[in-house]
Write a protein that binds this ligand. Structure first.
Ligand SMILES: O=C(O)CCC(=O)C(=O)O
Length: 277
């Protein structure tokens, strides 16, 4: 199935990010925006991305036999390099401009994309902050989490601890049982609100690298399909890795980038730039 021209056109139309949206994002370091994509666009990309995930997935182990991370989702990376239709979503001006507007930067580039499919009966996504994995100089990073269907609470939509980017403890934890237990306790003794809400079809959340987030289990028989795009500031520089996961990320998502230099490799194209039409 090719993406219809009407939908390609929609992806070029700017979304109005308001001053209030930017303020809310700055305060909470996440925001959920409705009507970012049309129901038609969601239906088309749901089908295309699900077919691509089927093609790329190599996991055959039964859910019950996997660890917590493995039960959370099937995780497939950089679909933009595999499929031109998916590339049109990932490179869309509409999404890229929202990321740049929220971060108040001139432009954004690709860190990597990933499909995160929480299978029917799949487990929780433990509390974590993404930037633990990233050898990046600043926190001008944003993930667009794009559910590919309406996502009720029973399917495990993304949850956020609003404003929790201020917490330093727990930033050194990878995703797993320890991060879930530790952060659950740590966040309980703060005033940061735990936001657990369903997503409409076409609603998209945007979260920054240090805000803590998780997702509940998928208690339905169907798969919770989500596509994500990790954007970074167009001028983001690489730093020396602080842990082995950051070294792995450097080797995998920006090979050839040099410490102290802007991450301008073929794997990290600019996705939106205010100075280019
Ligand atoms: O989809 C999920 O369950 C988790 C997503 C997530 O943690 C992320 O996109 O940063």
């Amino acid at each position: 199935m090719a993406v219809p021209a009407t939908i390609l056109k929609e992806l070029e139309v700017p979304y109005k990010v308001t001053k209030e949206n930017v303020e809310a994002y700055n305060k909470n370091r996440f925001i959920k925006l409705k009507h970012v994509l049309s129901a038609g666009a969601i239906a088309v990309f749901n089908e295309i991305i699900a077919a691509q995930v089927d093609k790329m997935n190599t996991v055959t182990t039964a859910l019950a036999q996997r660890d917590t991370y493995g039960k959370a989702f099937l995780q497939l990376f950089n679909l933009w390099r595999e499929n031109a239709d998916i590339r049109s979503l990932i490179f869309s001006r509409r999404l890229g401009k929202i990321a740049a507007d929220l971060m108040q930067v001139e432009g954004v580039r690709m860190y990597h994309d990933q499909a995160l499919f929480k299978e029917g009966g799949g487990g929780i996504t433990p509390w974590h902050a993404d930037q633990y994995y990233w050898p990046l100089e600043t926190d001008k990073t944003i993930t667009a989490w794009i559910p590919l269907q309406e996502t009720p609470l029973e399917m495990g939509p993304l949850e956020f601890s609003a404003g929790s980017h201020q917490i330093i403890e727990g930033r050194d934890l990878s995703i797993g049982d320890e991060s879930e237990t530790f952060m659950e306790q740590r966040l309980k003794v703060t005033d940061f609100e735990h936001i657990i809400e369903p997503f409409d079809a076409g609603e998209v959340s945007f979260h920054s690298g240090w805000v803590f987030h998780r997702a509940g289990a998928n208690t339905t028989p169907g798969t919770r399909r989500a596509m994500t795009i990790i954007y970074m500031d167009r001028d983001m520089k690489l730093i020396a890795p602080k842990n082995k996961n950051q070294q792995l990320d450097w080797d995998t998502w920006c090979p050839g980038a040099a410490i102290g230099a802007v991450i301008n490799t073929p794997m990290n194209p600019v996705l939106y730039d205010r100075n280019q039409l």
